[in-house]
Design a protein around this ligand. Structure first.
Ligand code: SAM
Length: 288
């Protein structure tokens, strides 16, 4: 393991903070710290200027941190960005404290070091935070977990397809809540490898996780989940709908993108159901 870690500190307008956090997650940050005006002022900690937040992202290697810095500079040209190298000694505890377990319906999802304290009456999914998205605590993931919980309660044995599986968290949740066939796909080979590891670690080894494109996935599914970004959902809409028998659950969509995504799926014959929202993130539920 490296003797140092990298911290990327970004001073940014408050309203852009959430989008920046997602960009940093996507760029491979292992943990994030957000300082805004609602948090208590800690001695020695620099506080954000009026109307701004400070987002600190932690990285294990310089190459990933530098490409994240370049991506932030390109998409947020007014942000002030500092990249620092820090000694490693406090690293594990510092970033570990940023990963939170969540409870959604019958599910508990969290990191290994919190598993002991998971409530006994919950279905437990343990995800070691690595380079794939989906530790459970992001609003888009927890919105989908709630939909999986609800759908599986009403449709035991249902088949499930999870497009953009990341850590595999939604696929694992579906299986643990009684799904029949579960297939997960991701176009990132690192995610596929990690999702397979997570399936083994969570005693759901029979999940079919691969890098296959949707055209290569056989059959149709009672529930199709896709927590990807809005533009990708629109692009993949015909392929996603073709795989659905009954229900589709889409996430990764910001409130202002909802109508465009809904329109793309309506055009393909889907009916929009109630859905859900957490902060700026919406979940779109559809019936085929
Ligand atoms: C926001 S993460 C969701 C992870 C997990 N399903 C969750 O809900 O937490 C989106 C995932 O979609 C994958 N992805 C992005 N574009 C994709 C595409 N065109 N086909 C398949 N997977 C894609 C990314 O690699 C990433 O793992």
């Amino acid at each position: 393991m490296s003797q140092t870690y990298l911290s990327l500190t970004v001073d940014i307008a408050e309203e852009a903070s959430e989008i920046l956090q997602d960009l940093l997650h996507e760029a491979g940050a292992l943990g994030l710290e957000v300082r805004d005006h609602e948090m208590p002022i800690m001695p020695g900690m620099r506080i954000p200027a009026t109307g701004e937040s400070i987002v600190v992202a932690y990285f294990e290697d310089r190459e990933t941190a530098e490409s994240a810095r370049d991506a932030v500079a390109e998409s947020h040209p007014k942000a002030r960005i500092t990249l620092d190298e820090q000694p490693q000694q406090d690293w594990s505890n510092e970033w570990k404290s940023l990963i939170k377990s969540v409870q959604v319906g019958r599910l508990w999802v969290g990191p290994p070091w919190e598993a002991e304290s998971a409530p006994q009456d919950k279905v437990r999914i343990v995800i070691e935070p690595k380079m794939a998205f989906g530790t459970g605590d992001h609003p888009t993931t927890s919105l989908c977990l709630a939909a999986v919980d609800e759908f599986m309660a009403a449709h035991p044995g249902a088949s499930v397809l999870d497009v953009g599986t990341g850590t595999g968290v939604l696929a694992i949740a579906a299986k643990k809540l009684g799904a029949g066939t579960v297939v997960g796909t991701d176009n990132d080979p690192v995610c596929v490898e990690l999702a397979r590891e997570n399936c083994t670690d969570n005693a759901t080894p029979d999940l079919d996780i691969s890098e296959r494109e949707l055209t290569q996935v056989a059959g149709t599914f009672d529930l199709v989940l896709a927590n990807i970004l809005a533009n990708t959902l629109i692009e993949l809409a015909p392929l996603i709908v073709a795989k659905a028998k009954d229900r589709l659950v889409l996430a990764g969509v910001l409130a202002h993108q909802r109508l465009d995504v809904e329109a793309a799926f309506r055009k393909l014959g889907c009916t929009v159901l109630a859905g859900a929202q957490q902060g700026e993130w919406v979940r779109i539920d559809l019936k085929r």
